[in-house]
Ligand binder design. Structure first.
Ligand SMILES: Nc1ncnc2c1ncn2[C@@H]1O[C@H](COP(=O)(O)OP(=O)(O)O)[C@@H](O)[C@H]1O
Ligand SMILES: [Mg+2]
Length: 1108
């Protein structure tokens, strides 16, 4: 449901000044203050919005607010600038009326911010789409560009617009933006060369110097330091809360969005740099022989750099600063410039350069944002122009600005009155004339074609002869003396003769907003806005496209001897155009007020506000608005708001709204002179009437609230009761069900018990009966069985007796028969025939067995273990013996094939087996390895030739062994040689003999039981070889070495049998000590290698990995 609200709801003070009661300046200001203190910065006067500058951000410009105010009627919500913007936009879109939004107020009052708020609101509510968004973005982004070049910090405003701006936004029939046109008015160009104390130059200079990259600055020949530039004031170069560097980036970005080309941006920056350079050019006097003073440029560096930037020939510009050429119809006269004229020329150039650049920017932006279609469009104009200015010293600029404000006030009066009048006519209400101050007379004083101040100033400027500000003032004094609003000490009007507040060189105008004292000095110059032709021609010659465009009058082909139009004339013309333009549009006013002079939030200075209220003519505005009727409202909302005050209209009025209101008014007995019925609105003459209506409404609302509360409470209680009742029924139904269920369950279980008892009793009875029957049956069976058993046994006995008798008969008969046969045939058989048959049979069997062996005998391999099974048990012994003989025979056969060498090899293997089998764990792995003997091929290898030749006997074994170091258990490689007579150890690398032990000196060899290759050669005590002690060696071919040693030792002359001692602990004699070598089983830590460690003086421990 849409909530109907009204401006009158939750009002702080009064939201619309028209309703202020009593109306006086004090109450007016008090109302403003009251609202301002409660953060209500907007107040209406009818449809005019008064805006107080809050100097801080308020949370009332959010997208939510935009939505709140969108498509709502003006008086529906509390006053807001959005309401005005919405109203304007909707009447533009829906009623096809061109609109203009006029924002006025003094400098720093918030005009520019207000214009931006209006634009952003319109941008937010109008159509969307890619193209439309681009247009919106371009329109919004034109602001930062213009602000950078046209705004500056002043004492009143840190971001004060120093130009007037009027922007037409164009929309299509749907209300989508198409484009826009910006007009600019009178840039305050004097600021370029000189700024009042506490103010600074245009933002762009500071932004460029602090925000541009080093590279850009280098290109522009600039230095970051502000103090290097004469045109930049230093005392307020940095402004609180203003980040120039960041703003520079924003501006560059905005220029890009608006559509500036990269080279255009570059040109613009070059011009800005040129202005700064220009300011640094200084002149010094030089006397000439004819007594006149001539100026010379002091330091030409800046001039040179500036000329380089703009592509101007240095000498041309230098000359233009020294001479002035005046062209008359026929002749050309050149005069030299003195120092002050040179400075004047320089500043004039700087001002012109900058202001023309600014105008070019506006034109360029217009080119980008202009509507692309020629289709008919509607226009919303936003005017943000400098406000009324009264300074201590007011000059030409203030005069022009205030003139502009006079014109705006004029249009304001005209349009508000006209609108009021039109509304009365539209609504069919009689129009009563209203008294108000019309400032047309002041406008006339300034702009009158014949004797207006501007006209006279122009006249003075164009007049031949000496023209000064004094002659101009004289002229004013004579011509305007009679004017009511003109005051001057020397005018013919004698009443000012003694007015000491009026200095002689000043004149005062009574503007609608107050009296302003203008100093005549500079009026003529500023109006002339003279730029020496030599300078414009020098600029035209520049090799820089933009500069050339800016100074078209410098083109020698188009020399125009006529003076250019004066500044005043131009301004008057453009203001005239503006006014005509505004008059064709539907005006919407925003009147900005500044609450204090300190740019501070929360401070409300009465005197300052009062002053503004006065000169803005706000009181008059209210009076005009109230002259007829203070309040008006369409019938529907009026009826909706007050219908509760009358029985007939409450709660619903079925007929037309107007009739409803009539009934209502009659019922309320409002005096008829207090209101009038218009066509669509009711007009209420006095705010008091409205407030009494409001009061009654409030009262009535309270009663209604009570009524609603009463009904609501009743309804709520009843609802509650009904709910309780319903619940009670549900609860009791559930309870009854539960109780019945319980009872039923009890009966059911009782029945079951009774039933079970009965059934048990019956069953037991039946069981007894059945058991009895069964026993009877069993008895019968048993008796029958016994009887049948007896019968059967009797029969069996009889049959057995019968069979025994039959068998006895048969045996007796057989004996008898045999006896008879033997008696009969005995005479036919020899006595030994039986034995012979037996022997024959046995022989046949043995023969068959022996012959069979030939084919069943196993192979000739001695290791073949197979043997056929024996056929008869009695042949057991023969079979075993035959097997043994066969095996011996085949072994002999096998051995007979051996050569001498193979025999020796097998003998060795056999010996090894005798020595080591089942004694040393290493042995099984050696069985399959052939005993090669000479592993080093010592007789063939040239490396060992010398060693070989040193041997007196044939080498039986040559191998590399490890000699275990006694000290640390580490091994050293040695060649081990065995001959028939001795054992030799030699160096592996050199082949040099290290030790030679005759075999007889060897007593025994010790090895372990494990799988290691360690062996100790023990020497005979006292022999020559034993001096150094026993040898502890290790070899991969241990089995072979020991076997060979054993064999050779056995055959060698005068040597005893070599003992082979196999145990895991044995003693070795090292020089004088006996050391125990102990073998332990170690975990396979370092792979499978055997490690030997000296544990102490007496113990050498060898750890042998367990073999899996
Ligand atoms: N509605 C606002 N909300 C917050 N601050 C504002 C508002 N209007 C103005 N200001 C403050 O006041 C300063 C001056 O406003 P500006 O619009 O530039 O004044 P004018 O254009 O009238 O000289 C702004 O820079 C801003 O700080
Ligand atoms: Mg401004």
């Amino acid at each position: 449901m849409e909530v109907k609200t009204s401006l009158l709801d939750n009002m702080i003070g009064v939201g619309d000044m028209v309703l202020l009661e009593p109306l006086s300046e004090d109450s007016f200001i008090e109302n403003l203050r009251n609202r301002f203190d409660h953060n209500e910065i907007y107040t209406y006067i009818g449809s005019v919005v008064i805006s107080m500058n809050p100097y801080r951000s308020l949370p009332i410009f959010t997208p939510d607010k935009v939505e709140e105010y969108r498509n709502r009627n003006f008086y529906e919500l509390s006053p807001h600038i959005y309401a005005l913007a919405d109203e304007a936009y909707r009447s533009l879109r829906d009623q096809d009326k061109d609109q203009c939004i006029l924002i006025t107020g003094e400098s720093g009052a918030g005009k520019t911010e207000a214009s931006k708020l209006v634009m952003s609101y319109v941008a937010a509510v109008c159509g969307k789409g890619q193209e439309v968004n681009k247009v919106k973005e371009q329109l919004l982004q034109s602001n930062p560009v213009l602000e950078a070049f046209g705004n500056a910090k002043t004492v009143r405003n840190d971001n004060s617009s120093r130009f007037g701006k009027y922007m037409d936004i164009e929309f299509d029939f749907k209300g989508d933006p198409l484009g826009g046109v910006i007009s600019n008015y009178l840039l305050e160009k004097s600021r370029v060369v000189k700024q009042p104390r506490g103010e600074r130059n245009f933002h762009v200079f500071y932004q460029l110097l602090s925000g541009a990259s080093d590279d850009t600055l280098k290109k522009l020949k600039l230095d970051r330091d502000f103090s290097k530039y004469n045109y930049l004031s230093l005392d307020s170069a940095a402004v609180n809360g203003l980040d120039d560097a960041a703003n520079f980036r924003t501006v560059r970005n905005a220029m890009q969005i608006v559509g500036f080309m990269e080279d255009e941006v570059q040109s613009v920056l070059e011009l800005v740099a040129a202005v700064l350079k220009l300011g640094n050019i200084e002149f010094k006097p030089e006397s000439r022989c004819n007594g006149t003073d001539e100026s010379r440029i002091k330091d030409k560096n800046d001039l040179k750099e500036m000329c380089e930037l703009l592509g101007i020939e240095q000498s041309v510009l230098e000359r233009a600063f020294s001479y002035r050429t005046v062209e008359a119809k026929l002749e050309k006269v050149s005069t030299t410039l003195n120092v002050s004229q040179a400075y004047y020329a320089r500043d004039a150039l700087a001002k012109n350069l900058y202001s023309r650049l600014f105008s070019w920017l506006v034109t360029r932006i217009n080119e980008s944002i202009k509507a692309q279609t020629k289709a008919r469009h509607k226009v919303m104009g936003v005017l943000d122009i400098y406000g009324f200015e009264i300074f201590e010293e007011n000059s030409f600029e203030q005069f022009i600005i205030n003139y502009c404000n006079e014109k705006l006030q004029q249009i304001f009066i005209e349009l508000t009155l006209r609108e009021e009048q039109e509304e009365y006519i539209r609504e069919g209400i009689e129009w009563t004339n209203i008294e108000y101050f019309n400032n047309a007379i002041i406008c006339d004083l300034i702009e009158n074609h014949q004797n207006g101040i501007l006209a006279m100033l122009d006249e003075e400027c164009l007049r031949p002869g000496t023209v000064t500000d004094e002659t101009f003032l004289d002229k004013l004094n004579t011509i305007c003396a009679e004017h009511q609003h003109f005051e001057s000490r020397l005018s013919k009007n004698s009443k000012f003769l003694t007015d000491h507040s009026l200095p002689h060189n000043c004149f005062r105008i009574q503007h609608y907003a107050g009296k302003v004292l203008y100093r005549a000095e500079g009026f003529v110059d500023k109006n002339n806005d003279l730029l020496y032709r030599d300078l414009s021609q020098a600029m035209y010659k520049a090799n820089h496209s933009l500069i050339k465009q800016l100074f078209p009058e410098g083109n020698p082909a188009k020399v125009n001897l006529k003076r250019p139009p004066t500044a005043g004339f131009q301004f008057k013309a453009s203001v005239g155009t503006l006014m005509r333009n505004l008059q064709t549009k539907n005006p919407n006013y925003i009147r900005c007020i500044k609450p204090n002079d300190k740019k501070a939030s929360h401070i409300f200075t009465d005197s300052l506000v009062c002053h503004q209220v006065r000169y803005l003519g706000l009181m008059e505005n209210v009076r005009v608005r109230r002259a007829g009727y203070a309040f008006r409202q369409a019938y529907e909302p009026c009826l909706e708001r007050y219908k509760m005050l009358c029985k007939q209209t409450w709660p619903h009025w079925r007929g037309p709204a107007r009739e409803g209101v009539e009934v209502l008014m009659a019922d309320l007995q409002v005096p008829t002179e207090e209101f009038s019925y218009g066509r669509s609105k009711i007009f209420i003459r006095n705010p008091r009437t409205l407030f009494s209506l409001e009061e009654r409404r409030r009262q009535c609302l309270q009663d209604l609230a009570t009524l609603i509360q009463k009904i609501y409470r009743g309804w709520k209680c009843r609802c509650h009761f009904l709910l309780l009742k319903k619940s009670q029924i549900v609860v009791s139904a559930w309870y009854r069900r539960y109780a019945q269920q319980k009872k039923y369950q009890k009966i059911k279980s009782a029945t079951t018990v009774v039933q079970s008892y009965t059934r048990g009793w019956q069953a037991r009875k039946l069981l007894r009966e059945l058991k009895y029957q069964k026993r009877c049956k069993e008895a019968v069976t048993t008796i029958a069985a016994f009887w049948h058993g007896t019968q059967a046994r009797r029969e069996l006995r009889r049959l057995k007796e019968e069979a025994r008798r039959k068998h006895a008969v048969a045996v007796i008969w057989a004996y008898w028969q045999g006896l008879k046969v033997r008696r009969e045939y005995r005479k036919f058989f020899r006595a030994n025939a039986g034995k012979k048959i037996y022997n024959f049979t046995i022989q046949r069997i043995i023969q068959k067995y022996m012959l069979g062996m030939k084919s069943t005998a196993p192979s000739m391999s001695p290791i073949d273990k197979s043997w056929p099974a024996r056929p008869y048990r009695f042949l057991d012994g023969v079979h075993t013996e035959l097997r043994r003989i066969f095996h011996h025979w085949r072994c002999k056969k096998y051995r007979s094939q051996f050569t001498e060498e193979t025999k020796a090899v097998y003998e060795e293997k056999l010996e090894a087996s005798e020595i080591f089998k089942d004694k040393k764990a290493l042995y099984p792995s050696s069985v399959s390895q052939p005993f090669k003997g000479d592993y080093l091929e010592i007789s063939k290898n040239p490396k060992y030739q010398k060693l070989n030749s040193a041997m007196d006997e044939k080498v039986l074994l040559a191998d590399v062994v490890n000699k275990i170091n006694r000290a640390n258990g580490k091994g050293t490689a040695r060649i081990f040689l065995l001959t028939k007579n001795s054992v030799v150890l030699a160096d592996q690398k050199t082949g040099q003999v290290k030790a030679s032990v005759p075999l007889p000196d060897l007593t025994s060899v010790s090895v372990s039981t494990q799988s290691d290759g360690f062996f100790a050669l023990k020497l005979k005590e006292g022999s020559a070889s034993a001096i150094k002690g026993d040898f502890l060696l290790s070899s991969e071919h241990l089995i072979e070495i020991i076997t060979k040693l054993h064999r050779t030792g056995a055959t060698a002359a005068d040597s005893e049998q070599l003992n082979i001692d196999i145990s895991d602990e044995f003693l070795v004699q090292f020089k004088h000590d006996k050391v125990c070598v102990k073998f332990i089983q170690g975990a396979p830590k370092n792979g499978n290698s055997v490690s030997c460690k000296r544990k102490n003086n007496r113990l050498l421990e060898v750890s042998v990995p367990t073999t899996a």
